[in-house]
Design a protein around this ligand. Structure first.
Ligand code: NAD
Ligand code: UGA
Length: 456
């Protein structure tokens, strides 16, 4: 084997990222460690801890050959030449910066584990998303070691999206590697680039200084989320003016300077990162005395909250100003299609708001029901979880489409309609369905940013 790579953190990023590295780099031994023994056991089993199209095949090709999962963090640190740190960096919930700043306690713990157990020089890579200038703190902690060891800190943020992680990792738009500008930093940068050169074309490997790399990650997520909030804000205006958000998005996106992607109106963006990373950016701007810049980016999150609330308000007002004791079939709970992940899913907020209105919820999702149960465990109210969408809709007054699972389009809407209370409503929070078709079946259809199709 050429070198040993360790990844600390076997989550949504660590697992798939390392599987793809191991698959493409048979000369490297790749060990993925985590303090969560249950997660590691799942990575070692036939039932992987996360659902991601194509992941199982990649893991099965490499596992046991040059890809290993373990709970032995100490042994991993001792053996590794290169350490990716891919632990969670959630929003801080306590103390200074609570609600906005990143909680770096898991991150710092790994730095302390590394200095305690390392017996040789290491390259330490920030794979987690971190505030700009974290590498400085990391460097100080690691260089405080008394063993005379050298640690180079590299920033190599991850841009994969859930649901398409394997394709994104196999054919990335870019691999960003940021390093310190001294000779040691540049040598470390090349060592990391060498890993990716096994399958990523040279022109896609973008090298920057370490601060640019850290900041690019936060800003990339903020820019993506900003597009969604922008289009969602316009969906509200479309509903007032008979403009159609699909037409507006498509026509706008034909301008190559704007481009067609990420202009899909929705009930709001979810996922573990957009909100947390924008709030972190907001915090950094406030910290650096830039309140106008902070307020600008915070608006992206506020608009997202507005869109979620607006959706529920619309449901209530269209259903004769009350949903109390009315059954609503929630179709989709994951934060997007093709994942079982529900972190920050708009479905959580929409469901909670509906429960506050005393609606009865029947939740269906092809992959995310177990997480949905945990997310709503503390909620009072009448909630059932159905693996069969037809069962969820039985006797319901409305269907609310909250995730864009393609299979929802192919459901038998005549059958759904026949089993529901009348008048039957569809609130399509993803503009997923064929609205004319379901309208002709008898539904009253409320898309986002488009004309309402109502029999009432
Ligand atoms: P995750 O919560 O799924 O995984 C993190 C893992 O780290 C957990 O399993 C946890 O047990 C483990 N961990 C925490 N502290 C540890 C320690 N001291 N030693 C060993 N293991 C430890 O998180 P994730 O979604 O994989 O995200 C990880 C990072 O990557 C975050 O900074 C996130 O912002 C970033 N990111 C996530 C995505 C995504 O799609 N989820 C994409 C790009 C970047
Ligand atoms: C996002 C980024 O796309 C990744 O590049 C990044 O690495 C990752 O965050 C991260 O740092 O965690 P992810 O959250 O997995 O990836 O999924 P996205 O496809 O970006 O979708 C995020 C949310 O926006 C979803 O709720 C999705 O439904 C919503 N969305 C997306 C829209 O509402 N409209 C769109 O046009 C696109």
């Amino acid at each position: 084997m050429n070198k040993t790579i360790l990844c600390i953190g076997a989550g949504y990023v660590g697992g798939p990222t390392m599987a793809v590295i191991a698959d493409n780099c048979p000369d490297y031994k790749v060990i993925v460690v985590d303090v969560n023994a249950e997660r590691i056991a799942a990575w070692q089993s036939d039932t992987l801890p996360i659902y991601e199209p194509g992941l199982k095949e990649v893991v099965e090709r490499a596992r046991g050959r040059n890809l290993f999962f373990s709970t032995d963090v100490v042994a991993g640190i001792k053996e590794a030449d290169i350490i990716f740190v891919s632990v969670n960096t959630p929003t801080k919930t306590f103390g200074a910066g609570a609600g906005k700043a990143a909680n770096l306690q898991y991150w710092e713990k790994t730095a302390r584990d590394i200095i305690e157990h390392a017996e040789s020089d290491k390259i330490v890579i920030e794979k987690s998303t971190l505030p700009v200038r974290t590498a400085e703190a990391m460097h100080r902690i690691l260089q405080s070691n008394t063993k005379n060891l050298n640690f180079d800190i590299i920033s190599n943020p991850e841009f994969m999206a859930e649901g398409t992680a394997i394709d994104d990792l196999q054919s990335p738009g870019r691999v960003l590697i940021g390093a310190m500008e001294d000779a040691s930093g540049q040598k470390a940068l090349e060592a990391v680039a060498d890993i990716y050169r096994n399958w990523v074309p040279e022109e896609k490997i973008k090298k920057t200084n370490v601060w640019s790399s850290e900041l690019t990650k936060l800003v990339s997520n903020a820019m993506l989320a900003q597009r969604i909030s922008s289009v969602n804000s316009i969906s509200a205006l479309c509903e007032k003016t008979d403009a159609n958000i699909l037409e507006v998005s498509e026509a706008m996106g034909m301008d190559p300077r704007i481009g067609p992607r990420f202009l899909q109106a929705s009930i709001g963006f979810g996922g573990s990162c957009f909100k947390k990373d924008i709030l972190n950016l907001v915090y950094l701007c406030e910290f650096h005395g830039l309140p106008e810049v902070a307020a600008y980016w915070e608006q992206v999150v506020l608009m997202n909250d507005y869109q979620e609330r607006r959706f529920v308000k619309n449901i209530t007002s269209c259903m004769f100003n009350t949903v109390a004791d009315k059954k609503i079939a929630v179709f989709g709970f994951a934060f997007k299609a093709d994942t079982g992940d529900t972190r920050e899913s708009p479905a959580i907020y929409v469901s909670k708001l509906l429960l506050e209105e005393h609606a009865i919820l029947a939740i269906h999702d092809p992959q995310a029901l177990e997480y949905a149960k945990l997310d709503l465990a503390d909620c009072e109210g009448d909630i059932s979880y159905e693996s069969d969408p037809y069962k969820a809709a039985e006797g319901a007054h409305a269907i609310a489409v909250l995730t864009e699972w393609k299979e929802f389009r192919d459901l038998d809407f005549k059958r759904l309609y026949a089993s529901m209370a009348k008048p039957a409503f569809i609130f399509d929070g993803r503009n997923l369905l064929d609205h004319q078709k379901v309208f002709e079946i008898g539904f009253n259809v409320y898309p986002l940013g488009q004309k309402v199709l109502s029999h009432l």
